[in-house]
Write a protein that binds this ligand. Structure first.
Ligand code: R5P
Length: 291
């Protein structure tokens, strides 16, 4: 028997997954002590638990998730699967300056110790060729590329797909292939948390064309904002934005529109109102567990 669980703050998104699977959703009760510590109380089972927990805002979510995994083990759960559409801390995939941690490996180690299987979507695999090395052999990496392409919509003859930096090539080329559109990559130098410098060679292609900037994640929106400006300066007819994971705050989105972005498309991995729904994609990998 497999039990689908989630935390109340992601109920809406997890319910879409439950509905695709035709399975009831069980909520973890989360008690907060006055000092800020958390105490999750899980629906107990001796079977397989699939827990939906997207790991945006990770410092708030990780402790209670890892405690919940311990509670399930103690209650006798035979197997634990984590469905984390957004996988946190993957961008700190190197010690960039002396004194920094290798956060990717630390957080992966915690998840690997707690879960038998992790399912995620478009993780930031820049210096990480194989996520299974970090998270275990059963790790499953899905892509939202074709869902984003569907959301971008018809008009393939016209689109030019643009990746804002070298790392984005893996996601941008998938979307470009799904749309049968040409693609071009910019290159990026990061100057600070919210500040980047983009170089733009080869942008003749975008003149007068409908362009779509594609990336795995938008965090402060700084990268995409500058990319939008570059494309418009190069004569693009329009600039849409399509990211798998949007961590943008409303003010960041406003700034992005202010810079000239027409549409901002994203999945519901980090925000329940994301127009591109991941439930069917996730359910397709889980349906055998719920037969
Ligand atoms: C990093 O390479 C990622 O793919 C994104 O480009 C980056 O995280 C975006 O960050 P921000 O929105 O803060 O510029």
């Amino acid at each position: 028997m497999t039990l689908l669980a989630a935390f109340a703050d992601e109920r809406a998104t997890a319910e879409r997954l439950a509905s695709e699977l035709g399975a009831p959703l069980h909520l973890v009760a989360l008690h907060r002590f006055p000092d800020g510590e958390s105490l999750p109380i899980v629906p107990a089972t001796s079977g397989h638990v699939v827990v939906y927990r997207s790991l945006n805002r990770p410092d708030r979510k990780l402790t209670s998730l890892l405690l919940a995994a311990d509670a399930w083990r103690r209650a006798g759960a035979s197997r634990l699967t984590l469905v984390a559409p957004y996988l946190c801390y993957m961008r700190q995939d190197a010690v960039f300056r002396p004194g920094e941690p290798l956060s990717r490996d630390v957080v992966s180690g915690w998840l690997r110790a707690a879960f038998d299987r992790v399912i995620t979507v478009d993780p930031h695999l820049h210096r990480t060729p194989d996520l299974a090395v970090l998270l275990g052999p059963e790790t499953l990496t899905l892509s939202a590329g074709s869902l984003l392409a569907d959301a971008i919509g018809p008009g393939a003859d016209d689109w030019v797909i643009v990746g804002p930096d070298a790392e984005s090539a893996q996601w941008a080329s998938r979307v470009a292939a799904a749309l049968g559109a040409p693609s071009v990559m910019l290159s990026k130098t990061r100057l600070g948390d919210r500040s980047v410098r983009l170089s733009s060679t080869g942008l003749e292609l975008v003149r007068g064309r409908a362009t779509v900037l594609v990336d795995d994640v938008s965090s402060s929106g700084g990268t995409l904002r500058q990319a939008v400006q570059r494309l418009l300066a190069a004569g693009a007819g329009s600039v849409d934005v399509a990211v798998t994971h949007s961590l943008l705050r409303p003010a960041d989105e406003r700034r992005l529109h202010g810079a000239g972005a027409r549409r901002i498309l994203c999945t519901d991995s980090c925000r329940p109102d994301g127009a591109v729904r991941l439930a069917a994609l996730l359910a397709s990998t889980l349906k055998d567990d719920f037969k």
